[in-house]
Design a protein around this ligand. Structure first.
Ligand SMILES: NC(=O)c1ccc[n+]([C@@H]2O[C@H](COP(=O)([O-])OP(=O)(O)OC[C@H]3O[C@@H](n4cnc5c(N)ncnc54)[C@H](OP(=O)(O)O)[C@@H]3O)[C@@H](O)[C@H]2O)c1
Length: 209
């Protein structure tokens, strides 16, 4: 599969590592340009390609966003139209600046991202586990138990694509519901956030069938 990743820090480079190791081709971008990603590209091997954010957005059917949430308005909306966009970001008022709508819970950060990207199908996933745990906690298919990754979104087909990605890197997707309702279930401050739960436990807490 061809996957774009925008954001090449802790989270973006971890996801790039996991997906290239699984045999996917990844185009990864940061804000400073591909020349600053050559070491990472070399480290990740021939499945990885350093690109601009615009190029990463157009690279594959699925594009993962792993930038500080406060930068979401910089994302290339036209290039992301028609794509499944995986929102791995979290709102952090100290880092991103205080947003009253998010503070009061009238909207979730993923819904704001969806409003910025009207042509994309936004799915929230990979936001609830620390990058260094994500790197280590994957289990091969058939393992007795696998860790769960909560997923929320409004488009069933886009969600299925993200479920497949999660399976590929050794986790079990847990459907948490719609983007807004589900997003609230696995954001910072919720009981499952950074709790590293087995899939069955996670499903019992926030899953929908
Ligand atoms: N760290 C975790 O364990 C963790 C876990 C779950 C979710 N998250 C979420 O994932 C997101 C990234 O966190 P992180 O820890 O990976 O941050 P980080 O290490 O600071 O990396 C941020 C990356 O985003 C890039 N970036 C910033 N603005 C951009 C833009 N406009 N276009 C393209 N790239 C841009 C930065 O590029 P430059 O360096 O070139 O500016 C950098 O590569 C955050 O929303 C965070 O809340 C993090």
């Amino acid at each position: 599969m061809k996957i774009g990743i925008i954001g090449a820090g802790h989270m973006g480079s971890t996801l790039a590592h996991l997906f290239t190791a699984a045999g996917d081709d990844v185009a990864i971008a940061n804000s400073r340009g591909p020349d600053t990603l050559l070491d990472l590209e070399a480290h990740l091997g021939h499945h990885a390609h350093a690109r601009t954010a615009e190029q990463a957005a157009r690279y594959g059917g699925v594009v993962i966003i792993a930038v500080p949430f406060g930068h979401y308005r910089d994302l290339p909306a036209a290039a992301l139209a028609g794509h499944t966009v995986v929102d791995a970001t979290n709102y952090d008022p100290e880092r991103d600046g205080r947003d009253e709508r998010l503070e009061h819970g009238s909207v979730t950060s993923s819904e704001l991202l969806q409003l910025h990207l009207p042509g994309a199908r936004v799915v929230k996933a990979f936001n609830a586990m620390r990058w260094d745990h994500l790197l280590d906690h994957g289990r091969s298919a058939g393992a007795n138990r696998r860790y769960g990754i909560p997923v929320s979104g409004d488009d069933p087909e886009a969600k299925r694509q993200v479920f497949d990605l999660i399976e590929q890197i050794g986790y079990e997707p847990v459907d948490a519901g719609h983007l807004g309702e589900g997003g609230r279930k696995h954001e910072p401050g919720t009981e499952v956030y950074a709790a590293d739960l087995w899939a069955d436990t996670l499903w019992a807490r926030i899953g929908v069938s």
